[in-house]
Design a protein around this ligand. Structure first.
Ligand code: PMV
Length: 327
């Protein structure tokens, strides 16, 4: 099955012309507390396991119009970005939605999270784009269908359709129609996630390639699905009981296990910079001194701090003291 089959299915084989001059969409970035790492179908971005995230207050805002030229054009944070890998990925995704082959899009996105540094910018970007397309074409799709469409652009984007906690249920259908985000209706106003930036350099290997390499060669990967299943159950229990220590332990241990799988792949994948390790040691020292602060890390050198509001002063100090490294 191809992504275009899924789009035809969701849109009932009906590719309408735009219903508006301009479509608009906004979506939060999300940080996985239980990670998605590995695919069972790489064409449809179907994951090996379920995963679980928390949406941030930052994210992406996107406007879509018809292009006035005979090609797509992309503006990212005010800059023309039409000739790079990002633009190629977007153009391939937009191919799924052209009412006719000569229809081109103009897409303008403002992202309040740094791009390509493992800070979930692509998840927010694809989710905002799908919402903007829904508005532009007047599809009026439900959130689950939009989540499936966002997943075709970037797996983790399917969790960015909602604020708060979201589970991406792996599903079992071959066509992936049951593989989408589901929000968890729990409020935890004191919970905070703050990126600790050690580098803004683009990541050395993209997550798609890194996942394939890990699945193909890491001797530890066989244990990953069981680790995720157990972490997911425990994470939902911890959230139900508002047990922050458990939440922090599970999230940190899950991220470290994911990176252990990557490091044991061949060729090895190491997103850590020396400053990443330095930041981790600072978090562990703060914890030893009685401050419940934990971290998680995605496909990049930066870490995200997990804590409750009363720890804010310690976190601010940590961020101020952590120098960024130029790589
Ligand atoms: O959706 P992708 O291809 O950008 O992969 C995201 C992978 C991680 O950020 C490392 C984990 C996750 O669940 O978000």
């Amino acid at each position: 099955m191809k992504p275009s089959d899924i789009v035809n299915h969701i849109l009932n084989n009906n590719a309408p012309l735009p219903q508006k001059q301009k479509g608009h969409g906004a979506a939060p970035a999300n940080i996985a507390l239980v990670k998605y790492w590995g695919k069972r179908d790489s064409t449809l971005n179907l994951p090996m396991t379920s995963s679980f995230s928390l949406s941030l207050s930052q994210g992406a805002e996107t406007k879509v119009t018809a292009s006035e030229t005979d090609q797509d054009s992309f503006i990212l944070n005010g800059k023309e970005t039409s000739h790079n890998i990002f633009a190629e990925r977007l153009a391939a995704f937009l191919d799924l939605f052209r009412p006719h082959p000569q229809f081109y899009f103009h897409v303008s996105t403002h992202s309040s999270v740094p791009i390509s540094a493992g800070l979930a910018s692509s998840a927010a970007g694809f989710a905002a784009l799908v919402l903007a397309l829904d508005d532009f074409f007047g599809w009026q799709l439900d959130k689950r269908s939009l989540s499936v469409l966002a997943r075709l652009g970037s797996g983790s984007a399917c969790r960015s359709l909602w604020p708060g906690f979201v589970e991406w249920q792996a599903g079992s259908d071959l066509n992936g129609m049951d593989s989408h985000g589901i929000p968890l209706d729990v409020n935890w106003p004191a919970l905070r996630v703050t990126p600790l930036i050690v580098s803004r350099a683009p990541k050395p290997i993209d997550s798609r390639t890194a996942m394939i390499q890990t699945q193909a060669s890491s001797p530890l990967y066989a244990s990953w699905p069981d680790k995720v299943a157990s972490d997911l159950t425990l994470m939902k229990q911890a959230i139900g009981q508002q047990d922050f220590t458990r939440l922090g332990e599970i999230a940190e241990s899950n991220a470290l296990a994911m990176h252990a799988c990557m490091m044991s792949a061949w060729p090895p994948i190491c997103y850590h910079q020396p400053a990443t390790l330095e930041a981790m040691h600072r978090v562990w020292a703060l914890r030893k001194a009685g401050n419940p602060i934990y971290f998680t890390q995605d496909a990049g050198p930066n870490i995200k701090l997990l804590y409750l509001a009363p720890q804010q002063a310690h976190v601010d100090r940590l961020i101020n003291e952590q120098a960024e490294v130029a790589v």
